[in-house]
Design a protein around this ligand. Structure first.
Ligand code: TYD
Length: 205
């Protein structure tokens, strides 16, 4: 029986998810909760190995194979880290989860969303997040914020059009999963985003 709280953070590359995940963890700890912060693909030795295969620019693979690698990584992560932590009553914050598969392999990669959803649920043995925070922002705004900080990375390299597709894809998922997905405006300062997250998370504590 699951007793903890399973939170996932999603959003385009560069939306600040990773920073916000750390801040949310720190906040929940001040409330006396035990928090496990983790990420996908990854979170176990095997899943990290699968991550390096799935994300390697040197290895070519079909979207079907890529989907299976992400879902296999998820299965190991859920079995070894996420489910045990939830059963122990902890809060799990996961930086990306099944929605990333639906976006990157599904909406961008052309794989069927219903099939991917079934596959991902097979991998997670039916586990879905209790709440998913979608950190959303106009890619142009996110990019200028990064440039101001002197960060130039794959976000820029992939181009604004690609980032816009990711954003639109996430907004489609928001319609698909209105009961668990919450939109967070990611264009403000990091502090304002953290405040928004905290306000929303209180309801789940
Ligand atoms: P990472 O560098 O961690 O990206 P970010 O910092 O933006 O979270 O790389 C994770 C990449 O993996 C990201 O581009 C999305 C991709 N991904 C998938 O394609 N499918 C998946 O199921 C998951 C979880 C991630």
């Amino acid at each position: 029986m699951k007793k903890g709280l399973f939170i996932t953070l999603e959003g385009p590359d560069g939306s600040g998810k990773t920073t916000q995940a750390k801040r949310l963890k720190a906040y929940l700890e001040t409330k006396g909760r035990e928090v496990v912060l983790t990420r996908e693909p990854g979170g176990t030795g095997l899943a990290e190995t699968l991550r390096s295969l799935a994300l390697s620019p040197e290895i070519t693979m079909s979207k079907r194979v890529e989907s299976l690698l992400h879902v296999a990584a998820r299965a190991d992560h859920v079995d070894k880290v996420i489910r045990p932590a939830l059963e122990a009553g902890k809060v799990v914050i996961c930086d990306r989860f099944s929605d990333s598969t639906l976006i990157y392999q599904g909406i961008l990669g052309g794989m069927d969303l219903d099939e991917l959803e079934r596959l991902s649920l097979f991998g997670s043995k039916g586990l879905s997040p209790d709440v998913t925070f979608l950190i959303d922002g106009n890619p142009r705004v996110l990019l200028s914020r990064r440039e101001a900080r002197g960060v130039t990375d794959k976000f820029e390299a992939q181009g604004l059009l690609f980032q816009e597709k990711i954003r639109q894809g996430y907004l489609t998922l928001l319609d698909r999963y209105p009961e668990r997905m919450i939109l967070i405006d990611g264009e403000g300062t990091p502090d304002s985003v953290t405040d928004a997250l905290i306000k929303k998370v209180e309801k789940f504590l």
